[in-house]
Write a protein that binds this ligand. Structure first.
Ligand code: SPD
Length: 285
């Protein structure tokens, strides 16, 4: 891989997408995965892990605002948040916007991702790692949730696809641990892939989450660099109190959080839970 060449992402056995490399900023094989960060003249800086595009400077706001603000605004005045993964720091950046939050634990398995992203993707974290409320723990997320005695209002799983270190973050063992360290009224969310190409992520996570959680549903957003259409996020709670989200409550919570977003707003929040019929048919709910 060299300057002025092309980086290919093999999305599917039969096709992929490509990006021109203007400049390579970072290339490293860690204990866990291969990290590449390069410059593209349209998407800005792009990070990939093990050949899979993780984030780009230009469209990351869509993914990170949705994975963070959908649970946080719904909950209203969250105090304790757990982020699993998210080494680039952008979910953390969104979470630290809430003044009500007293404690944020972020568990990332690969310290090298955090270091590389702080250096080459500084706009992702924007100094969120130095927020006094943040505790960054470099460890395995599955072990963390299964040994944690704390209870969180919100758990955000900002993980790669279920490949390499990401596999266990889609397992029943992980979901059981998340259930145990979620507050009774808490909300769990996790990225669940681009449905059109990775529908098995949603169907598998539905059948594994429903073993523990009372209410499991999905919301979506289209992120251009995640090729293939809408990206799905799983949402799971211990009871059905969040069954019918009220626009007025969301607007009040949004205003009192004093957020300024580029993608998220309360109307998008409500509409993101509407799923096309072919998705519902696959999940069988
Ligand atoms: N298909 C790759 C999806 C990656 C989703 N998570 C990326 C982490 C961004 N913080």
């Amino acid at each position: 891989m060299v300057k002025n060449s092309i980086w290919y992402e093999k999305i599917h056995p039969n096709f992929g997408q490509y990006f021109f490399i203007e400049n390579i900023l970072h290339h490293e094989q860690t204990m866990f995965q291969e990290i590449i960060i390069f410059q593209n003249n349209f998407f800005g800086r792009i990070m990939s892990l093990d050949g899979i595009l993780q984030t780009t400077e230009v469209d990351e706001f869509i993914y990170h605002e949705m994975i963070s603000h959908v649970p946080l605004v719904a909950y209203g005045h969250p105090k304790k948040v757990l982020i699993i993964g998210g080494g680039d720091g952008a979910s953390l950046r969104e979470v630290t916007k809430y003044k009500s939050i007293e404690k944020i634990i972020m568990v990332e398995i690969d310290e090298k991702v955090v270091t590389a992203c702080c250096q080459y993707l500084p706009n992702h974290s924007r100094d969120a790692f130095s927020d006094q409320r943040v505790s960054l723990q470099i460890s395995d997320g599955v072990n963390f949730v299964n040994s944690c005695r704390d209870k969180f209002d919100i758990i955000i799983v900002d993980c790669p696809d279920p490949i390499g270190p990401g596999v266990r973050l889609f397992s029943p063992e992980f979901y059981r641990g998340c259930y145990n360290c979620l507050h009774e009224r808490g909300i769990f969310v996790a990225q669940n892939g681009v449905f059109f190409l990775q529908s098995e992520y949603v169907s598998n996570s539905y059948s594994n989450l429903i073993k523990y959680f009372k209410d499991v549903k999905f919301f979506q957003a289209s992120v251009p660099s995640y090729y293939g259409g809408m990206m799905i996020f799983a949402w799971a709670t211990k009871n059905s109190v969040w069954g019918n989200l009220d626009l007025k409550v969301l607007k009040d919570n949004y205003i009192s959080a004093n957020l300024s977003c580029r993608y998220y707003n309360p109307a998008i929040h409500i509409s993101s839970f509407a799923m096309p019929q072919y998705v519902l048919d696959r999940i069988d709910i």
